[in-house]
Write a protein that binds this ligand. Sequence first.
Ligand code: KIV
Ligand code: NA
Length: 243
Amino acid sequence: MQKITVITAYDFNTARALEESGVDYILVGDSLAMVALGYADTKRVSLGEMLICTRAVHRGAPKTPIITDMPLQAVSKSINDSLKAAEQIIKAGANFVKIENAEKETLKLITKLVAQGIPVFGHIGYTPQRFDKPIVVKDQEKLLKDTQALEYAGVSGIFLEMIPSQISNLITQSISVPTIGIGVGAGTSGQVLVGDDLLGRYNLVNPKFLRRYANQYSESVSAFRNFIQDVRSGEFPADGESY
Ligand code: KIV
Ligand code: NA
């Protein structure tokens, strides 16, 4: 079967480019906390900020399925508040929400959302909302148990982040919903990367699993420098560039 592709986006133009590229899903990840807003970690991002970005992405990619992360601030509340947050995310244009970890409270929430007709993706392995820095999660027994619990709770698929490829292969073979991997090898049903990472626009981290397909950060710096130089030298604007 053809592999599933997922790329994150937080803004209108990136979403437009993604829709034109034919990607299967756009993820409005809470990585936007660091990548788009400059916070130190994903824990800081608010539901309001996730909604603004979800709406922008939906306007740019109205035909591509959108998955939006439930931010920590929306899942650390009562189950009813979390449900309301998920409803707002769907109303903003997402087709799915994604929720980290498979703890008891999380499974309860996922079961409730699915019962209310809100499709959910799970996310296990390295889950940034619960960790301070990236680590490879190797507890095979717990990971297998968590995936099965998530499948039973009714998820549409499971994101696997930074677990050994041998465990990720086992998980993919043992469940019937698709797995989307990041840093877990080629055996998953699909792959996800942060759009700004693969474009070389966010260059503050350099994990081993990241392949860069462009160098947009340095291209931006040189384009800005060229403009500055042209203005200072009188090269811009030329006659034809004025009314
Ligand atoms: O927030 C995000 O971008 C994510 C992906 C890295 C899976 O959760
Ligand atoms: Na995330």
